[in-house]
Design a protein around this ligand. Structure first.
Ligand code: NAI
Length: 245
């Protein structure tokens, strides 16, 4: 894809799942990729794998929900690469429970990581993109429309719509684009924890009758980061096998 090679992209939650697939795809496209996760061994393993095949990956330990963790990580990235061209706010988690059973802890942990983490990410990288532009991609979800047992996650993922669109409006004048990808069910460790019968129920309701492979989400994320999407901003792109038609 155009304009990816040699650029520096941060992928949060890069240790596994969609984040790992995105980092790997960026490496294949010739990018320099920052693997940011609170799973230290996971990002170091992927760093070794990518650099062992001739890539330029750099692992940083990051807890997206902590402002000081962002400052420390961005400091290291600037020291190492000297620039930041893009950010994928991918780190996420679920703590599913019905409304009346959900605790403050369930609410805060999910909203802090999925929504506030992305907001902190945007605040942290935008100052480094104002001269030569950049691209931000947030991971929303089909759950943004509302999902049983996910009042916390659904609120966070629909909150990302407002964040994505607002950053697009405020930062267009700096050449910074902001978009979101909203995947449907994707075969990652997050979803592999869900009981088989529940996953079979989802699959039967998806027009394409299957979950996405993480690489099918990664390719859309990398498209939005690339110059092939140079006039696309403020958009929420569903990648869901036809679920929301
Ligand atoms: P996953 O659970 O397989 O991987 C998430 C990664 O985020 C892990 O490496 C984890 O260590 C990291 N992470 C969690 N909290 C963190 C924190 N505070 N700081 C730094 N890293 C942290 O998840 P998956 O499935 O790859 O999901 C990636 C993104 O896509 C998430 O935002 C998720 O909500 C979203 N998504 C996933 C879907 C799916 O079906 N798998 C569907 C729709 C959206």
């Amino acid at each position: 894809m155009r304009g990816i090679a040699e650029k520096v992209y941060i992928v949060t939650g890069a240790a596994q799942g969609i984040g790992k697939a995105t980092a790997s795809r960026l490496h294949e496209e010739g990018a320099q990729v920052v693997l940011a996760d609170r799973n230290v061994s996971g990002v170091h393993r992927l760093e070794e794998e990518i650099n062992g095949s001739g890539g330029r990956a750099f692992a940083v330990v990051l807890d997206v929900a902590i402002r000081e963790s962002w400052s420390a990580a961005v400091g290291k990235i600037i020291e190492h690469f000297g620039r930041i061209d893009g950010l994928v706010n991918n780190a996420g988690l679920t703590r599913d429970r019905s409304l009346l059973k959900m605790t403050d802890e369930d609410w805060h942990s999910v909203v802090d990581v999925n929504l506030r983490g992305a907001w902190l990410g945007c605040q942290s990288v935008v100052p480094h993109m104002t001269t030569s532009g950049g691209s931000i991609v947030n991971l929303s979800s089909e759950s943004r429309w509302g999902a049983f047992g996910q009042s916390n996650y659904s609120a966070a993922k629909s909150g990302l719509v407002g964040l994505t669109r607002t950053v697009a409006l405020e930062c267009a004048r700096h050449g910074i684009r902001s978009n979101a990808v909203a995947p449907g069910a994707t075969s990652t460790p997050m979803v592999e924890a869900v009981p088989e019968e529940v996953r079979n129920g989802w699959k039967s309701s998806i027009p394409m009758k299957r979950e996405a492979d993480p690489s099918e989400i990664a390719s859309v994320i990398v498209f939005l980061l690339s110059d092939d999407a140079s006039y696309v901003t403020g958009q929420i792109l569903g990648v869901n096998g036809g679920s929301a038609i």
